[in-house]
Design a protein around this ligand. Structure first.
Ligand SMILES: [Zn+2]
Length: 372
């Protein structure tokens, strides 16, 4: 079924957890959804069709990286990001704000925007709310994020209040710059550190502007899981029930389970892809390090129940060998496996929510998913 408008349908609830579907002209996104990170117009070590085979409905692209190289105008001339990277399904782009704060050199934030130096060649760039939205429009992104300021935690209340006020002014400008783009969505981002009253103020300010979905930003930056969950509990009741909620940059499997329990619908994280390139595999018994010598003569598959090529065609001994030898196929196989694991995790959670047996699912799988 094709649709012309962006929309969200809530299909089931189990406690605060939700299962649903985001509908876009480029396809449906089953929620809760995990979005693999395709930083520089590629999910590293994966073909787009392989990403799809793992079960992903949507990938994420990074505005900061794409604006620096190869440039948004060039991608637009080449037909847009979907065509350029060979992924026809939905793409969500961030606004570049988080990476400017974490990667770029010499930043100067003003009311107008943020001036910074490229981490690639040091040349000066400027990102304003209007430019962040223009870049995302040029890329052809299906879900576009407002430019926000991400304060480093811990920060004191006056610093968080000032940062939040700036982010809310930028959110209003971002929404105005997004304008009307049929079939595409613009999401606001709740900030406010770990202060519940600021989170509430941020959520209410964004609702007043009006967005197609709401992200929770500024978490998973070292505050700890308990503080993250408490912040979600302070935020989510102030977000609209009939629109998607996205927790940015999260996370470990048990972070995702805990956030879904609190009502989050969408996630992205570099963990499965980055860990895969570092010889780490996620399994239902917890994470495994394939560098470990105990795998050197193990003929068993990584996970006998997994349908990915790493598990169907190869042994733990082979994976150990190619990881130790720094072979390119090690990154390819472990990235595929980890993305398949994350998508299986989401599919299992979606089914459990739909059948209202999430507590039973967590009793079966919860403990093993906790980080080693
Ligand atoms: Zn596998």
């Amino acid at each position: 079924m094709s649709v012309s408008e962006f929309g969200f349908e809530l299909l089931a609830r189990d406690g605060a957890a939700r299962a649903g579907a985001i509908r876009t002209p480029r396809g449906e996104i089953r929620t809760p959804a995990f979005m693999p990170v395709g930083t520089a117009a590629t999910v590293k070590a994966m073909l787009p069709q392989s990403v799809r085979e793992t079960g992903a409905d949507i990938v994420l692209g990074n505005t900061y990286h794409l604006m620096l190289r190869p440039g948004a105008e060039r991608i637009a001339r080449l037909g847009g990001l979907h065509k350029f990277m060979g992924w026809a399904r939905p793409i969500l782009t961030d606004s570049g704000g988080f990476q400017v704060m974490s990667l770029a050199g010499l930043r100067k934030i003003s009311e107008e925007g943020v001036r910074f130096q490229s981490h690639i060649d040091g040349h000066e760039e400027f990102l304003s709310p209007e430019r962040a939205m223009e870049i995302q429009r040029l890329l052809g992104s299906d879900i576009q994020m407002v430019l926000d300021e991400c304060p480093a935690l811990p920060a004191d209340r006056p610093a968080l209040e000032a940062s939040l006020a700036l982010s809310m002014r930028w959110a209003r400008r971002s929404k105005a710059a997004f304008g009307a783009q049929p079939g595409r969505a613009c999401f606001g981002i709740v900030q406010g550190g770990t202060l519940p009253d600021l989170r509430r103020r941020s959520a209410e300010a964004l609702r007043e502007i009006g967005f197609d979905g709401y992200a929770v930003g500024g978490l998973a930056v070292g505050e700890g899981q308990q503080a993250m969950f408490e912040t979600l509990e302070a935020t989510i009741p102030h977000l609209p029930a009939d629109q998607p909620r996205y927790l940015m940059g999260v996370g470990k499997p048990d972070d995702i389970v805990g956030a879904i329990l609190r009502g989050i619908d969408m996630f992205d994280c570099v963990l499965p892809t980055r860990s895969g390139r570092n010889g780490q595999a996620f399994t239902w018994d917890g994470p495994l390090n394939l560098k470990n010598a105990r795998h050197a003569e193990d003929p068993a598959p990584l996970d006998p129940a997994c349908r990915c090529p790493a598990c169907r065609q190869f042994s733990r001994a082979y994976l150990h060998h190619v990881v130790k030898a720094n072979e390119i196929i090690a990154a390819m196989l472990l990235t595929w496996h980890n993305l398949a694991f994350y998508q299986d995790l989401m599919a299992g959670l979606r089914a459990a929510i739909s059948e209202r047996r999430l507590n039973q699912w967590i009793a079966t799988h919860g403990r093993q998913l906790a980080p080693a």
